[in-house]
Write a protein that binds this ligand. Structure first.
Ligand code: 5GP
Ligand code: ZN
Length: 111
């Protein structure tokens, strides 16, 4: 039984693709928290940051930068969020980096 993001990668659940290559997929979050809210995921099923290899993170860096450019949020700035495990508030257990922008973001309100 594959996870919800593996199903999105497989095309079994529809999503709005922004950018894709052999290793990664960027798509729009279904419940955006800002004018721009995308998710970047590896196509390999990695549960969370604690399982993420340095090699994969290194490959992901330019992919995230390219995604931000495609979204038109690169120049004005944006935020990358990665929730890890229970205390981090992770709900989908396939690692994903939120790219949030399109407005001046506030900081705080974690509790
Ligand atoms: P987490 O809380 O795990 O960091 O974030 C999970 C994110 O996945 C949430 O922002 C949620 O809106 C998004 N999400 C959950 N299910 C789907 C889906 O089926 N499609 C898309 N595009 N986003 C989803
Ligand atoms: Zn998965």
């Amino acid at each position: 039984m594959s996870c919800i993001f593996c199903k999105i990668i497989a095309g079994e659940i529809p999503s709005k693709t922004i950018h894709e290559n052999e290793d990664f997929l960027a798509f729009h979050d279904i419940n955006p928290q800002a004018p721009v809210h995308a998710l970047v995921i590896p196509k390999a099923h990695v549960v969370d940051f604690r399982e993420m290899s340095g090699e994969m993170m290194a490959k992901m860096t330019p992919f995230i930068q390219e995604t931000a450019k495609k979204l038109g949020i690169y120049e004005e700035g944006f935020r990358i969020v990665n929730n890890i495990g229970t205390n981090g508030g992770q709900e989908v257990f396939h690692i994903h980096f939120h790219l949030i922008g399109g407005a001046k973001l506030k900081w705080g309100n974690f509790l």
